[in-house]
Ligand binder design. Structure first.
Ligand code: SF4
Length: 185
């Protein structure tokens, strides 16, 4: 998720819930988890320039989201956009994984690219790393105009939106949505 979403989640949880959330995440510091090295807008730039997109390491054995408790999301009303966009066509419990409609996936990627663009002075990463960075930087990252372009521990600086990742077969169908988004951004 982006820092923008992390800040929004923190603003919407009451102080007691926020403390519990940080305690839970800090307890997991150092454990292996999926840590993206590229943002979606960075991937779009690489594809646009004909460069290869490196594979990223992920492993289901690294465990579940630290905010899942007894099968329920503890921040459900404020969950990040990527969680909201996981719309499976079948029961994930039955199959063991989600199966998404390809057009829904394209729309999710496009919206996520706009969200990253809106948060261009922020950063992205695994939900746990974004919360840890927000807790440690205390908002200072938005004021630091000289921030390094290299990733900090576990998070990556966001990039502006230059190209959308839309497969040919979805380009016509998604036009109206893109026009509406462009009129707002
Ligand atoms: S919806 Fe997102 S934040 Fe909530 S438990 Fe699932 S992965 Fe974690």
């Amino acid at each position: 998720m982006t820092a923008l979403e992390g800040e929004w989640i923190l603003q919407n949880l009451d102080a007691s819930a926020t403390g519990g959330l940080f305690d839970r995440i800090i307890g997991l510091k150092g454990l292996p988890r999926f840590q993206p090295t590229l943002t979606l807008n960075q991937i779009a730039d690489l594809l646009d320039s004909g460069e290869d997109v490196p594979d990223e390491e992920g492993n289901p054995d690294w465990g579940i989201c630290p905010l899942l408790e007894e099968g329920k999301c503890t921040i459900y009303a404020f969950r990040p956009f990527m969680c909201r966009s996981m719309v499976s066509e079948v029961s994930c419990q039955d199959l063991g994984h989600a199966t998404m409609n390809p057009f829904v996936l394209t729309v999710a990627h496009v919206l996520m690219q706009y969200i990253e663009h809106l948060d261009v002075k922020g950063f992205s990463g695994n939900l746990s790393d974004v919360f840890l960075e927000l807790a440690e930087s205390d908002g200072a990252y938005r004021k630091d105009l000289t921030r390094p372009s290299a990733p900090r521990c576990g998070v990556i600086p966001n990039r502006p939106l230059r190209r959308l990742m839309v497969p040919w077969e979805h380009r016509e169908k998604i036009q109206d949505l893109i026009k509406k988004l462009d009129s707002k951004v």
